[in-house]
Design a protein around this ligand. Sequence first.
Ligand SMILES: [Mn+2]
Length: 329
Amino acid sequence: MNLPQDVEALLLDSPKPGSWVPDEYDVSLADIMVDWREADSADVGILGIPFDTAVSGRRGCRFGPQSVRDALVFSDVYEPGIDIDLSTAFAVTDFGNVDVLYTDVLGTHGRVEKIVTEIVKLGVTPIMIGGDHSLAYPDVKGLMNNVDGKVGVINVDGHLDVRHSHHGEVSSGTPFRRLMEDKKTPLDPANFVEFGIGTWLNSRYYRDYCRDMGVRVISAREIHLEGVVPKIEEAIEIAAKGTDAIFLSFDIDAIDLAHVPGTNAPNAGGLTSFQALETVWRVGQHPKCRAMDMVEVAPSLDAANVSSIMGAALVMQFMGATKKRLGRA
Ligand SMILES: [Mn+2]
């Protein structure tokens, strides 16, 4: 595949994940993933964004892309529960990492938007591995730049991420307010869902902002008490209504701290690892779902690598769902 030269210049190679093959019949993602320059085409492509400068609390998710890639080593490309095999009739590529500007949030966002725009233009479904959640803004923009109509967004997150850009400062807590209040191509709040919002992590002020804007906020408690499947179906219906595409943004801190300790702001009472996987499986196979980001895995805060392994599983699940969406499963 080819990208414009000025975009290629913004991409850094990342080490190819190793292949862990305890058995000749096991196939790991590393066995089927091809560097983007060597691929004729691809159905999905991962893009690492090693950037956490916009985190106000505990940093470390700039090392997420590398730790999630390392965790992908242990992923087999077959999942018996959903009976999806990524090793047939499906092409996976790796775009490497964005050459980020560590002291420049908006400069980095500009680079990310440019790259994601071109990847979507190639017809590839991108999976951005963060990095902090400020990146959802350029990630979503990259999809919007390729779509004539509206784009719906499902944000799976412990946090609302609709803070004011305090003193004009953009942070990992501001992406969805920025998207909704964008002057050129605003995200319609009627097509935006906050999914899995956590327990003692969000202020009433921002909850009221969402309500006043008409954003559907689905708390983790509501999901636990009423069931994850009907809540996913409701979220999809909102994101799909009158839109041409859906973006799935997945902040790993939507998942309970027992499953995901390795993140800036762990979440007590969050989603289980299964609920998270099922959410990705169902959203990802919707005909309009065209891109995903998975953010906020911070390996230096982790225990036994489980948060990176969880992040890798979400990436694999989205690939499986994409294969199903494309009618190859
Ligand atoms: Mn977030």
